[in-house]
Design a binder for this molecule. Structure first.
Ligand code: HSE
Length: 436
């Protein structure tokens, strides 16, 4: 083969980045592949907006079929995002024997099994490095050089928007809504930030990481998902007083009883390297039985880093094509029949330490009532803080627990919240002391 031809679906920010990268580094890529990699067609509904790069005549089309049915195109890059029509296009590309590169975590988190099965039938690659951690090469590491490990945990800071907002809340003591508004004005947050701030984007990425780490299918709805929109700067300040930072953490764990997969604001010790991951940066930390703890850090979003990940996948496939290989490994890095379905543990069964913040009127007996309920549910107190009060005002009472079962913690809070001494719904934040 003297040229590898690829087609692109979706000429948005990332698509533009990929076109720019393939043109800018064309000689380098040709040297690494052993043949030029040419972008033959780009399909998008909008082919008139100036993206700031020059595209040769005849490359742009509004008809996706010109990419999906072109016999010269061997790799289809899907950068449309969302479920429809992305899913239909990906399946059609596979059906037509084309390898697929995508950044679409939402699509794979919900419809991955169907897409991987179609790819297995046709013997083509589906690569998705850009779906998790932008430019950070974490998926190729899991499928490749770390593949010999049994993984016990994965922890990730996977959403730049949330991490940017939390970093500013932590450093400036400002509220969520104010930072979000400012981030939108600066273009760091989407006009509709729901998927980002409510943890859905992080959960999509966690679904992929859990499948890759533990070789299991994940029912997306089984992932407990909480975002950062109800987080208060008061909790961030108390966390610091106790030696913690709050991060939106994706957590995957595996033991003999099954798998944990959850996304929620989490207190992590300030001494852990994940606590130093600030701003729009992402980080992912794994523990494998032979590699031990390993952490990846870098830019999790943005045109250039994400284009780097897409182009890396294209190079991988182009090298296969050059050596006459259809594909080297199934998308999750396990044989097609080796992926199992492990149960995801319900949140009620999770054991951990908790930060609890109660808002109460300040009068004799309040602490005794709260601690009495905690004791009834077998929840042991590790430490406690009550702030100074102004006469007649409510006071925050913060309790850090020892290890407790989540279903009992929730029952205790529900009971405590019925007391008339409680002035606001009590807050719970989970603590991860051990990130191994
Ligand atoms: N919206 C994501 C983020 C990037 O804020 O990190 C794309 O996955």
């Amino acid at each position: 083969m003297n040229e590898i031809k690829v087609g692109l679906l979706g000429f948005g920010t990332i698509g533009t980045g990929v076109a720019k990268l393939l043109a800018t580094n064309a000689d380098l890529i040709a040297a690494k592949v052993g043949a030029p990699v040419t972008l033959k067609k780009i399909a998008d509904l909008d082919i008139t907006t100036d993206r700031g790069i020059s595209v040769p005549a005849g490359v742009l089309t509004t008809n996706a079929d010109e990419v999906l049915t072109d016999p010269e195109i061997s790799v289809v890059i899907e950068l449309i995002g969302g479920y429809n029509p992305a899913k239909a296009f990906v399946l059609k590309a596979i059906e037509n024997g084309k390898h697929v590169v995508t950044a679409n975590k939402a699509l794979l988190a919900l419809h991955g099994a169907e897409i991987y099965a179609a790819a297995a039938r046709k013997g083509v690659e589906v690569l998705f490095e850009a779906a998790v951690g932008g430019g950070i090469p974490v998926i190729s590491a899991l499928r490749g050089n770390m593949a010999a490990n049994n993984f016990s945990t994965v922890f990730g800071i996977l959403n730049g928007t949330c991490n940017y907002i939390l970093t500013r809340m932590t450093k400036e003591g400002v509220d969520f809504a104010d930072v979000l508004r400012n981030a939108q004005e600066l273009g760091y947050a989407e006009a509709d930030p729901t998927f980002d701030v409510e943890g859905v984007d992080t959960a999509h990425k966690l679904a992929l990481l859990v499948s890759l780490c533990f070789g299991t299918r994940v029912n997306f709805d089984d992932i407990h998902t909480e975002g950062i929109s109800s987080l208060s700067s008061v909790d961030i300040k108390f966390a610091r007083d106790f030696g913690y930072k709050i991060k939106l953490l994706a957590i995957g764990k595996r033991d003999a009883d099954g798998v944990e997969a959850r996304v929620h604001p989490t207190m992590i010790p300030v001494s852990n390297p994940l606590a130093d991951v600030d701003g729009v940066f992402n980080a992912i930390r794994f523990t494998g039985d032979f590699i031990g703890p390993v952490m990846f850090y870098g830019r999790g979003a943005g045109m250039d880093p994400t284009a780097s990940a897409v182009a890396g996948d294209i190079i991988d496939i182009a090298r296969n094509i050059m050596t006459g290989i259809g594909r080297r490994a199934a998308p999750l890095g396990y044989g097609d029949n080796a992926v199992v379905t492990l149960p995801i543990k319900p949140m009620g069964s999770i054991e951990g330490k908790y930060y609890l913040r109660f808002s109460a009127v300040d009068k004799p007996g309040v602490l005794a009532k709260i601690s009495g309920v905690l004791g009834k549910y077998d929840i042991s107190i590790e430490s406690m803080v009550q702030s100074a009060r102004m006469a007649g005002e409510e006071v925050p009472i913060v309790i850090m627990t020892h290890e407790a079962r989540e279903e009992y913690v929730r029952k205790a809070l529900d009971e405590i919240d019925t007391f008339d001494i409680i002035t606001q719904k009590s807050r719970l934040i989970r603590i991860e002391d051990n990130l191994e």
